[in-house]
Design a protein around this ligand. Structure first.
Ligand SMILES: *[C@@H]1O[C@H](CO)[C@@H](O)[C@H](O)[C@H]1NC(C)=O
Ligand SMILES: *[C@@H]1O[C@H](CO)[C@@H](O)[C@H](O)[C@H]1NC(C)=O
Ligand SMILES: *[C@@H]1O[C@H](CO)[C@@H](O)[C@H](O)[C@H]1NC(C)=O
Ligand SMILES: *[C@@H]1O[C@H](CO)[C@@H](O)[C@H](O)[C@H]1NC(C)=O
Length: 688
C-alpha cells in the first residue's frame, strides 16, 4: 500500500506503535488494538473471540479452527466489527472503502504427508454468524444457494488444499482472492518470490509447517495483494497473487473480520498462530517470538492420546513410549524413513513396530527374503530382533488415500481379531508413503501353492484338506457372528488361505475387509472380490454381505476338493465354471471325476460328498437358499444333517448367470434344456 499519509493515518500509526510498544513491554497474552486494528501474537488467554463450529483456543494458545472431525467447519471472528469506510455526510455520496491490511500465521497439519483437507479463509463479512456456510468445498463461509451472490458482501483470501473443479480451482494447493464467490477472482499456486534470487519457490500448504500471509488492499489502486512466505521470512516484495477490484461495492460500512476453515472427508487440522488487522494503515506486526508452536503431526498424538489410555492400559503406554523414542531416534537419524503416528492408530491396539527392527528383521528387505508379491505389495520373511519370532512383513505403497483406507481396514480388522484360523497381525509401521504390516509367519505358505502346480510339494491329503476346510469355516463364522462387529472378508479364496506349522488353514489378507455394524445396512461399495468367487448378486448390486462370503466359501470348498480353480479355460478357450462342472458330474453320480485325482482315490467318500454338496449349496445363485456360516460349520462337524435338496433347489447355470446377469431371474425361472436338477445329489455318497 503506497499512500500519502493522511492525518488519520498518522494518528493510527502512532496509535499502532503505541499499542505495539505496550504489547511488547507487557508481554500481553494477546494483542488487542483500539478502534480499527488489532494484533494477536498467539491466542493464549484470549476469551472474547467469537468462535463457532469446531473452532477453539487450545491450551497452548493456538487458534484451532478444525479438529480433524470430517465434514466439519469452524469460524473465529474478532468480536467487534471494524469500520471500513468513513460515514458519508448527510445526503452525500457513500465514501469508498478504506485501504486495509491483514497478516496472519497459519498451519495446516495433515493426517499423513501430502494429504490435504479443505482449507482456511480469512474473511471480511457483514456478520460473524457464518453457520449457514457449508463445510468441505465451501470452506465454511458460503453455501450452494449464496455462492456468487453480490448480496453476500464477503471478501476472502482462501488457502485451498483441494482442487474443486466446480469452482475452477487451478490446483490442490493454491491461494485465491474470493469476492462473494468461491470462484476466485485470481489465484496462484502456493509459493513466494524470493527477494534474493528473484526466483519462485513452491510451498505446500498442508505441510504441518507455519507460514505467514499478508493481505493488503489499496483503495487508490483498488488493488488486492496477497503474499505468502514460510514463517520467519520477511514479507517478500513481490506479491503471490493480486486482483484489481473496487471493494467499495463489496464490504459493508462496518464488517467483521475472522477466519473460516473446513474439512471434507480428511482429517487435517487448521490452526492460526497469530493474526493482525488494520483498516487505514498497515497491519501491526505479529510478535513472532511469542507465537505458540504447531503440534508436530507425528508426535502430537503421543501427547494427547497417551493421557486417554494411560489409566486403562499402562503397559500399552510403555510400548508407545518406547516406540515413540525409537521413532524419534530413527527420525533424526534417517530422514527418508520418517515414521508417522496418528490418533486413530492407537484405537486399534495393534502394536507399533520400528522401521529399524523391520529393516533388520528382513536383512534390509533383501530379495532372498521375498515370500511373494500379492495384490497389495511385496511380502518378506523376517525374524524380529527383539523376540526372534518369525514374521511376514508386507510392504504396501500408500501414496493414495485408498492405500491408507485399506491399511486402516487391515489394522482395524486383524489387529483386534483373535482366532486360531485367522492370520494374526502382530504390528505395523508407517512410513512416509509406505505401510509395513507384520504378520505371523506361516511356514507352509498359501493353500493355492499346495493345490496347484508346485510339483516339489507333496499334495495335501484328504484329512489335511478337510481340516483346512473346517478351520476356514470356523474362522469365517468368527468373522461373521462371533466378533463384536460383523466382518465381511470379501475375498475368500485359496490364495488368501495360509497354512501354519500344523497345516491348519488361516484366513489372511484382510485388505478388502470392511467393518460394518450389525444394525446398519450392509454397505454398498465398489465391487471387490475375485471372479469365480463372486456371488451373482454382488456382481449385480455391489452389495457385499456375509452371505456373499458364503458364496465364495462354497467355491472354495469345491476348489479344495477338486483341485481346480473356480473358473478355468478348457482347451478350446471356453470358460469352465467349477460349480457347473461339479454339479454336472455329481448329479450323474460320477464323483470320481470331480475329486482331485492327486488324492489317488484316497479320501472319505462321505466327507468329500458332504463338502461337495455343501459347496454347491453355499454357492447357490439365490442368496436366500445359502446356509449361514454357523449352519455350514454344523454340517461340516456332522452336528446337523445337510438338508435334502429338492430339484427346484438347483436349477441354475452359473456360467449363464455370469454371462447374462441381467437375465438372471428369467433364467432361473425358465426350464431350458440346460436346466438341471440336483435331486440326485443326495445319492452321491453311494456313487463311487
Ligand atoms: C471505488 O468505488 C467507490 C464507490 O463506488 C468510489 O467512490 C471510489 O472512487 C472508487 N475508487 C476508485 C479508485 O475508483
Ligand atoms: C446460505 O446462506 C445464506 C446466508 O447465510 C442463508 O440465508 C441461506 O439460508 C443458506 N442457504 C442454505 C441452503 O443453507
Ligand atoms: C512448483 O509448482 C508448480 C505447480 O505445481 C510446478 O509446475 C513446478 O514444477 C514446481 N516447481 C518446483 C521447483 O518444484
Ligand atoms: C493474478 O495475479 C498475478 C500475480 O500477482 C498477476 O500477475 C495477474 O495479473 C493477476 N491476474 C489478474 C486477472 O488480476
Amino acid at each position: 500500500m503506497q499512500k500519502v499519509l493522511t492525518p488519520v493515518c498518522i494518528f493510527l500509526c502512532l496509535q499502532y506503535s503505541l499499542c505495539y510498544g505496550l504489547h511488547l513491554a507487557a508481554v500481553a497474552p494477546a494483542g488487542e488494538g483500539g478502534g480499527d486494528q488489532f494484533a494477536y501474537s498467539g491466542f493464549a488467554g484470549v476469551k472474547n473471540l467469537a468462535l463457532d463450529g469446531t473452532a477453539m483456543v487450545t491450551q497452548d494458545g493456538l487458534l484451532q479452527l478444525t479438529n480433524g472431525k470430517p465434514q466439519d467447519k469452524g469460524h473465529a471472528f474478532h468480536p467487534t466489527p471494524l469500520r471500513f469506510r468513513e460515514s458519508s455526510p448527510e445526503g452525500g455520496e457513500k465514501k469508498a472503502v478504506k485501504s486495509f491490511s491483514a497478516s496472519f500465521v497459519f498451519g495446516i497439519v495433515p493426517p499423513a504427508p501430502g494429504i490435504g483437507g479443505h482449507g482456511i479463509a480469512l474473511v471480511v463479512a457483514p456478520t460473524k454468524d457464518l453457520s449457514s456456510g457449508l463445510a468441505s468445498t465451501y470452506m465454511g463461509f458460503l453455501n450452494k444457494s449464496n455462492n456468487g451472490d453480490d448480496n453476500n458482501h464477503i471478501f476472502a483470501v482462501e488457502l485451498d488444499t483441494i482442487q474443486s473443479p466446480e469452482f475452477f480451482d487451478i490446483d490442490d494447493n493454491h491461494v485465491g482472492i474470493d469476492i462473494n464467490s468461491l470462484v476466485s477472482s485470481n489465484a496462484s499456486g502456493a509459493g513466494y518470490h524470493d527477494d534474493k534470487t528473484g526466483g519462485f519457490k513452491n510451498l505446500t500448504l498442508v505441510s504441518g509447517r507455519a507460514m505467514q500471509v499478508w493481505m493488503d488492499y489499496d483503495d487508490d489502486a483498488t488493488q488486492i495483494d496477497v503474499t505468502l512466505a514460510p514463517m520467519g521470512i520477511k514479507k517478500p516484495v513481490m506479491p503471490l497473487v493480486s486482483a484489481r477490484f473496487n471493494l467499495s461495492s463489496v464490504i459493508t460500512d462496518e464488517a467483521y473480520v475472522g477466519f473460516s476453515a473446513s474439512i471434507g472427508t480428511l482429517t487435517s487440522q487448521h490452526y492460526v498462530l497469530g493474526w493482525s488487522f488494520a483498516v487505514g494503515t498497515l497491519a501491526p506486526a505479529i510478535d513472532m517470538a511469542n507465537l505458540p508452536k504447531l503440534p508436530d503431526r507425528s508426535t502430537k498424538s503421543d501427547q494427547s492420546n497417551t493421557m486417554e489410555i494411560a489409566l486403562p492400559i499402562a503397559s500399552l503406554v510403555l510400548v508407545i513410549a518406547v516406540a515413540a523414542g525409537v521413532f524419534l531416534l530413527i527420525r533424526r537419524r534417517c530422514h527418508k524413513y520418517v515414521e508417522l503416528r496418528e490418533d486413530w492408530e492407537l484405537e486399534f491396539g495393534a502394536h507399533r513396530l520400528s522401521y529399524k527392527d523391520l529393516h533388520q528383521a528382513t536383512e534390509g528387505f533383501k530379495n532372498k527374503n521375498l515370500l511373494g508379491i500379492g495384490g497389495f505389495g511385496r511380502v518378506y520373511k523376517g525374524v524380529l530382533p527383539t523376540s526372534s519370532s518369525e514374521v511376514a512383513v508386507k510392504r504396501v505403497a500408500h501414496e493414495s488415500m485408498q492405500g491408507i483406507k485399506e491399511f486402516v481396514a487391515e489394522v482395524a480388522s486383524i489387529g483386534r481379531l483373535r482366532h486360531r484360523n485367522l492370520v494374526r497381525l502382530l504390528g505395523y509401521c508407517r512410513l512416509k508413503d509406505e505401510l509395513l504390516l507384520v504378520y505371523d509367519y506361516m511356514p507352509n505358505g498359501s493353500l493355492d501353492a499346495h493345490l496347484y502346480g508346485h510339483d516339489d510339494r507333496p499334495t495335501l491329503n484328504w484329512a489335511q484338506r478337510f481340516q483346512i476346510i473346517k478351520g476356514i469355516a470356523s474362522g469365517l463364522l468368527y468373522l461373521h457372528e462371533e466378533w463384536e462387529q460383523i466382518v465381511i472378508h470379501r475375498d475368500i479364496k485359496a490364495s488368501n488361505v495360509l497354512l501354519d506349522n500344523d497345516m491348519n488353514g488361516r484366513i489372511g489378507d484382510f485388505g478388502l475387509a470392511r467393518l460394518c455394524n450389525r444394525d446398519t445396512e450392509l454397505q454398498s461399495t465398489i465391487v471387490a472380490g475375485t471372479i469365480g468367487y463372486m456371488a451373482p448378486e454382488l456382481a449385480l448390486t455391489g452389495k457385499a454381505s456375509p452371505i456373499t462370503d458364503v458364496f465364495a466359501f462354497g467355491a472354495f470348498l469345491l476348489e479344495v476338493t477338486s483341485g481346480r480353480r473356480p473358473i478355468e479355460q478348457d482347451v478350446e478357450g471356453h470358460q469352465l465354471v467349477l460349480t457347473d462342472w461339479v454339479f454336472k458330474h455329481c448329479s450323474k453320480g460320477r464323483i470320481l471325476a470331480v475329486i482331485d485325482p492327486r488324492l489317488n482315490g484316497d479320501f472319505s467318500i462321505s466327507e468329500a460328498s458332504l463338502v461337495l454338496k455343501l459347496g454347491l449349496l453355499c454357492s447357490h445363485p439365490l442368496s436366500n437358499l445359502r446356509p449361514t456360516m454357523r449352519q455350514a460349520v454344523q454340517y461340516l462337524n456332522g452336528d446337523m444333517p445337510l438338508p435334502e435338496m429338492s430339484p427346484m433347489h438347483f436349477t441354475f447355470s452359473m456360467l449363464a448367470l455370469m454371462q447374462n446377469q441381467a437375465g438372471f431371474d428369467s433364467y432361473v425361472m425358465s426350464s431350458s434344456s440346460s436346466t438341471r436338477s440336483l435331486g440326485t445329489i443326495s445319492n452321491l455318497s453311494s456313487g463311487r
